[in-house]
Design a protein around this ligand. Structure first.
Ligand code: NDP
Length: 260
């Protein structure tokens, strides 16, 4: 196998759940440009259709599909009608930042349903089809730094992202024999609609400058190349991994000391 086979997604069908904006859109665009037929799924079908048309104008192969990961029927309908899937990117996610004691039962359910239960069902149904057809596949979850450690005021989000890490490892162990690789990308602080307001605050940017090896937040396009790599044959011997794209935040510390 040469360089082209390692990195090209030609001939692959990639489903991106949560592809209408942010990290999921960047992943879908990158997969399409790497040669995959890419299925962009989310609730905002008009927005998806616009992105698909733009990709098609570039000569890429893509389609838009409606998906609400909080709705079991919507998930089942998508899987039943989407055809073969070689690669599933489970990206959809929301966050509500508040004190743990302040979450309403409705907010708890909404975060759990969106970030965990819907994606777990999608992985189960797509994984089942991959097993039945017998040609392997790739499942990639989008975790978070909260898959690794704690930050305040996002406890429910942290529960879901920690659970996705556990699911990644368990499915990798269970489905390795079917040549299905399951990995989890851990984005660090990436500016999207999920947090744009937060990263406009000078106090946050100043904190990050002094806390992180690469001293600024990332962009969705910083995450996409790893997603492409994990979708292709070059990553066939990588499974059960949490791989951070975080400017070094999870592995480095920065201090004011400088040698004389
Ligand atoms: P955005 O808000 O920009 O994008 C979220 C995506 O999820 C949208 O495409 C949205 O589509 C989709 N989505 C949300 N709810 C549903 C639903 N019920 N059904 C289907 N799709 C849904 O956020 P990000 O790009 O930042 O987040 C993407 C993922 O990356 C999330 O899982 C997030 O937790 C994770 N992440 C983000 C980080 C960051 O710093 N930005 C850091 C670590 C992880 P639509 O609304 O059209 O349905």
């Amino acid at each position: 196998m040469g360089l082209r086979e390692w990195f090209s997604l030609e001939g692959r069908r990639v489903l991106v759940a949560g592809a209408s904006r942010g990290i999921g859109l960047a992943i879908a665009q990158a997969c399409a440009r790497a040669g995959a037929h890419t299925i962009l799924a989310a609730r905002s079908i008009d927005r998806l259709a616009e992105h698909v048309q733009a990709l098609q104008r570039e000569g890429c192969s893509a389609e838009a599909r409606a998906l609400d990961v909080t709705d079991t029927d919507s998930i089942r309908a998508l899987v039943a009608s989407v055809g073969e899937v070689d690669v599933l990117h489970n990206v959809a996610g929301i966050n509500i930042r508040k004190r743990y004691t302040d979450y309403s039962p409705e907010e708890y359910e909404r975060i759990m349903q969106t970030n965990l239960h819907g994606l777990a069902l999608l992985a189960r149904l797509v994984g089942q089809k991959m097993i039945e057809r017998g040609r392997g596949g790739k499942i990639i979850f989008i975790g978070s730094l909260m898959s690794l450690f704690g930050l305040p005021y996002m406890a429910i989000y942290a529960m879901t992202k920690s659970a996705l890490a556990g699911l990644t490892r368990a499915l990798a162990a269970e489905w390795g024999r079917y040549n299905i690789q399951v990995n989890c990308i851990v984005p660090g602080f990436i500016v999207t609609d999920l947090n744009r307001e937060l990263w406009q605050q000078p106090v946050m940017l100043d904190w990050l400058k002094h806390a992180q090896a690469i001293p600024h937040p990332g962009q969705p396009e910083d995450v996409a190349p790893l997603a492409v790599f994990l979708s292709g044959r070059g990553s066939d011997y990588i499974t059960g991994q949490l791989i951070a794209v975080d400017g070094g935040y999870s592995t480095t510390a920065v201090w004011p000391y400088v040698p004389a």
